[in-house]
Design a protein around this ligand. Sequence first.
Ligand code: APR
Ligand code: ZN
Ligand code: ZN
Length: 361
Amino acid sequence: MQQVKAVIARTEGAPVEIVTITVPDPGPGEAVVKVQACGVCHTDLHYREGGINDEFPFLLGHEASGVVEAVGPGVTEVAPGDFVILNWRAVCGQCRACRRGEPWYCFATHNATQKMTLEDGTELTPALGIGAFAEKTLVAAGQCTKVDPSARPAAVGLLGCGVMAGIGAAVNTGGVTRGKSVAVIGCGGVGVAAVAGSALAGADPIIAVDIDAKKLATATRLGATHTVDSSATDPVAAIQELTGGFGADVVIEAVGRPETWKQAFYARDLAGTVVLVGVPTPQMRVPDLPLIDVFGRGGALKSSWYGDCLPSRDFPVLVDLYQRGKLDLDAFVSEEIALTDIEAAFERMRHGEVLRSVVIL
Ligand code: APR
Ligand code: ZN
Ligand code: ZN
């Protein structure tokens, strides 16, 4: 075992703390990873605020890249020295989704078996089974996806959560392909990634909707062909107008609110697809809609969990596209910060000032 610095949320709502934690040596099927970069995601803040569950203390951080330091017995897929992106979908191969050939829905994903602890032995709950606001972390070996080691850690680490969620919402869940019309409502890190994924897939037009002009400018940089400021313009009418009066083939909701989901519902063409990738709170309700509209408009109302990604399939390809200049992951890195700056980064995230703050270790 070894002791490293890490950031935890000790009790509900309390500011995060930097502490020393104990990381066990990897057991069977486990790996210890020396973390190089880890993005600050909304989910970390939700953990700290008690919005996920009450298994405090949490070891925060989960969109990360790093180098494998050691592996336990029986690990063959990665070896010490490998540059990896950490994922929270280490598929089991045994559950009913895996068995029917849809492992991206795996219902029994793997995490490390052993626990990381505080110095007094208190067990930590790692955020999304990762816990990467730490110099080193213990994960299941399947949570390590090997990618091109010459890629910038801060940029490609973001594929570990939010950016993959957005790209996958478009390409995996929404089935966005060449020539389809797409609208993305909410252009934070996730929504802008959905724009970038749609651009990679050859969609046209790609309509970005937000209430913040800065976010719309970034969306344009990442491939939006049109922008709609929905604080000033009705987004449903604007999307219809930009799609020949019909609505978009795929509308991606990346805010996580009933009113924006309702906009997505009505901004969609007949037989089109709505993808909910924004995360609602438990209190939110499906908007009141005439059931005849659900029936009569056809198509699909879907939600996208981690972009329905399969890390082993999707991460290496996206890293290669980044390396070849086709996917601008650098645009998502608003700032590089230290482990000591996470509270301030939460504050900037709350005010919508950043796409992603990335902790460099
Ligand atoms: N209409 C359009 N856009 C909106 C609206 C609205 N009514 N309200 C907020 N937005 C925009 C914000 O301006 C911001 O650009 O939605 C975007 C949300 O982005 P972020 O706060 O940066 O969140 P992001 O990291 O992109 O995640 C989006 O998915 O992971 C979840 O909890 C996360 O629910 C959130 C969503
Ligand atoms: Zn499974
Ligand atoms: Zn996340």
